[in-house]
Design a protein around this ligand. Sequence first.
Ligand code: NAP
Length: 243
Amino acid sequence: MNKVVIVTGGGRGIGAATAKLLASRGYAVCVNYRSDAKSAEAVVAEITALGGQAFSYQADVSKETDVVALFDVTEKTYGHATHLVNNAGILYPQSCLADMDVERFNKVMLSNVTSCFLCSREFINRNKSTGAIVNVSSVASRTGSPFEYIDYAASKGAMDSLTKGLSLEVAAQGIRVNSVRPGFIYTDMHADGGEPNRVDRLAPQIPLQRGGTPDEVANAIAWLLSDEASYVTGSFIDLAGGK
Ligand code: NAP
């Protein structure tokens, strides 16, 4: 069977590393992005230059119509998606909860949780046999991210519950649902959080004494999607250097 994967937020950071790794392992890849077309196209160019299969597609995965279109286009291009990586996510500048407005809180939930719900539902409804989903959560779901972004941490906590519940609903039909929980990975996300050098600042407090790379997270995602993880579902792999 052809392996077809949708990687949401596949144009940059962890998503880009995952898209490239999966393409090198024979998946046809839909590289989804929200606004940075140039980065997504660069990922596709890198994959196709190496003989892999990929195309980029703009869709805001917090919107239902965009998600339906994302799956429709993927299906038309490569056949129905057999694998899904719910990777798209955002955070806003560091702040105490007391100073957060409701618009910010709701936007984080829409981008990080509603997107995961919508893409998972679309995947399940179109995929009646086997398949696998990996949700990219965060170590923040355990720590709560006080004084930084409790909204973001809460969205990842919701994602963890979604992972667990859905894994049990679809296990008998042969669809596996797992999660990775990274922390302190070198990507642009920390600049969005208001502190581009956050990973370097925290490195001395991380048991492994350093930040992680997008490739290290991609390796775990690829393993969870693969047949090597055929008896793994409802599980979480923490990638946070021991934190
Ligand atoms: P990143 O470099 O900022 O990349 C985020 C990606 O998500 C971008 O490609 C962005 O698209 C896409 N995106 C955001 N909202 C979207 C939407 N509504 N629809 C479609 N795409 C959307 O971040 P990253 O660090 O690689 O993060 C990837 C995932 O890892 C996130 O879920 C994040 O929470 C999680 N994570 C990261 C860390 C870390 O230390 N970096 C730690 C724990 C968890 P555009 O390129 O078009 O903007």
